[in-house]
Design a protein around this ligand. Structure first.
Ligand code: FAD
Ligand code: SF4
Ligand code: SF4
Length: 479
């Protein structure tokens, strides 16, 4: 270990921009085993591992790095999978530059240990070796849990509950499980077979999936409550934030998810009634988060004539991962920083131009975030055939959708849960993932799903214990 000062940091090979921009395959190659061991060896085995502190799952990173460096790969996998339901997914799509790797102590002077790539290597190797098998609980329990939403939060909770012997059914309105991992995040970041392999693994372990089941429409929330001993709401956030900009009513101004879902469905081989293609078009994407980065890079792969990203703050203050911006720039995306759409102009009902308001940074606001102010008199226009709105997402009105008006929400519309227990104000109903946190990350969805599952297990065990004690008491009383 401790070779960080003699072994240079090396990520797995990245495919050349012109090659990767012409397909939807993942952009990174796999580590060869020697490379993974060599890179794991760079870890300095810190007494206080900041990488672990800043991993939402509190993964035991130094231990699995040491085991990898020593070629003890099965043990490395066991340690890594003990805290993470989908380590090969996090290894691919966590913004490591903001989490584990960004806080690695050797990052500043020598380049971080390549934690995410090694985590992916350990788990892919485990799949190849056949170490990941469907699991069987030690004892089957009679209670069942209904989970609404087959995204990372719902699926991570399902795994824990099933391992503990509970009957688990996941309901999802889509035709495939995976949530945003299947229909939001593009293939070039996360190939879909990786998610489908996990869905199969859960199915073979006894988790039931009821797809194309839109809770609130196909089935009532009440019916689910009657059917199950506990409910977990993990429905994510899907309502697109809209721009209050002149000309928003023009055609060809579309929400990011419509574009990404259509592209992902096409990649999965589905027939789409109204495909959205940007081939040969001048595309303008508005936003600076991960969704915006996914839209610009998808547009590049669809052979757009040009792709421009407008973001109202600067590069240092954007919410998305810097690494994703670098990938996008390498692939030919143009970024206009400190630029906001002021108006959309159209021809025959379609957008044809975006009038841009130049902005400046204006000091930190109360939340510590850099505020912005318009620069007057410097507006200019760029041509556009299609505008993609990637400004983020808000929750749907669940108390209305579920006809459960007593369900308490936070001021931003997310579900209110008791700190630590993930239980809502409705007894026996829990919530986890983006629907509690607001638009966040897959790794946080997994962390919350696992914590909510633990809370559900505690509640159901307590209920079973009380029921048994009451039965005993009743028996004693009748003797
Ligand atoms: P979701 O993944 O949204 O899953 C919720 C599920 O609930 C969906 O399948 C939905 O169909 C289902 N559902 C909703 N309502 C109902 C209903 N009424 N009945 C039945 N089913 C219902 N995070 C990262 O870590 N890295 C990234 O690179 C990244 N890129 C992203 C790119 C895009 C374009 C987007 C939009 C998000 C990205 N994220 C990324 C964020 C990440 O995908 C989410 O934070 C995460 O998926 C949230 O998990 P979840 O389980 O809470 O919800
Ligand atoms: Fe890093 Fe994400 Fe893995 Fe945690 S789960 S170690 S943050 S890549
Ligand atoms: Fe190793 Fe970096 Fe974590 Fe320290 S912070 S234990 S060097 S990975």
């Amino acid at each position: 270990m401790l070779t960080f000062n003699v072994t240079p940091q090396a990520y797995p090979e990245k495919r050349a921009p012109e090659k990767r921009a012409s397909d939807f395959n993942e952009i990174y190659m796999e580590y060869a085993i020697q490379k993974a061991e060599e890179q794991a060896n760079r870890c300095s085995q810190c007494g206080i591992p900041f990488c672990q502190v800043h991993c939402p799952l509190n993964n035991n990173i130094p231990d699995w790095l040491k085991l990898t460096a020593e070629n003890r790969l099965q043990e490395a996998y066991e340690i890594s999978s003990a805290t993470n339901t989908f380590p090969e997914i996090c290894g691919r799509i966590c913004p490591q530059d903001r989490l584990c790797e960004g806080n690695c102590v050797v990052n500043k002077d020598f380049g971080a240990v390549t934690i995410g790539s090694i985590e992916k290597f350990i788990t892919e190797n485990a799949w190849d070796k056949g170490w990941i098998k469907p699991f069987k609980p030690e004892t089957e329990r009679k209670e069942s849990v209904g989970i609404i939403g087959a995204g990372p939060a719902g699926m991570a909770a399902a795994e824990m509950l099933r391992r503990n012997g509970y009957k688990v059914t996941i309901y999802d309105r889509y035709d495939r499980a995976g949530g945003l991992m299947i229909y939001g995040i593009p293939n070039f970041k996360l190939e879909k077979w990786v998610v489908e392999r996990r869905t199969e693994w859960l199915k073979k372990s006894g988790v039931q999936f009821e797809l194309k089941c839109d809770v609130g429409n196909t089935i009532t929330f009440k019916k689910l409550q009657e059917k199950h001993d506990a409910i977990l709401i993990a429905t994510g956030v899907y309502k697109a934030r809209t721009l209050e900009t002149i000309g928003m009513e023009l055609d060809n101004i579309i929400p990011a998810l419509s574009f990404l879902i259509a592209s992902n469905k096409q990649g999965l081989g589905d027939k789409i009634k109204q495909p959205i293609s940007v081939e040969g078009k001048r595309v303008v994407v508005v936003g600076g988060g991960d969704t915006a980065m996914d839209c610009v890079r998808t547009a590049i792969r669809q052979n757009a004539a040009s792709v421009t990203c407008l973001y109202r703050r600067d590069r240092d203050n954007m919410p998305g991962s810097r690494r994703e911006v670098n990938h996008a720039e390498e692939e030919g995306v143009k970024f206009l920083w400190l630029s906001a759409p002021k108006a959309f102009k159209g021809r025959s009902g379609n957008v044809s131009e975006v009038l841009i308001q130049r902005m400046r940074l204006n000091g930190k606001d109360a939340s510590g975030r850099e505020s912005i102010a318009p620069i007057e008199g410097e507006d200019y226009a760029i041509s556009a055939d299609i505008v993609i709105n990637a400004l983020g997402f808000e929750p749907e009105d669940l108390p209305v959708l579920f006809n459960e008006p007593s369900l308490k929400l936070n001021s931003n519309g997310t579900i209110k849960v008791a700190p630590g227990t993930f239980e809502t104000n409705v007894p026996g109903v829990f919530a986890a993932g983006d629907i509690v946190r607001g638009a966040s990350l897959v790794v946080w969805g997994i962390a919350d799903g696992r914590s909510a599952a633990r809370a559900i297990i505690n509640t159901l065990e307590a209920r079973a214990f009380i029921a048994q004690a009451q039965k005993k008491e009743a028996r004693r009383a009748t003797r």
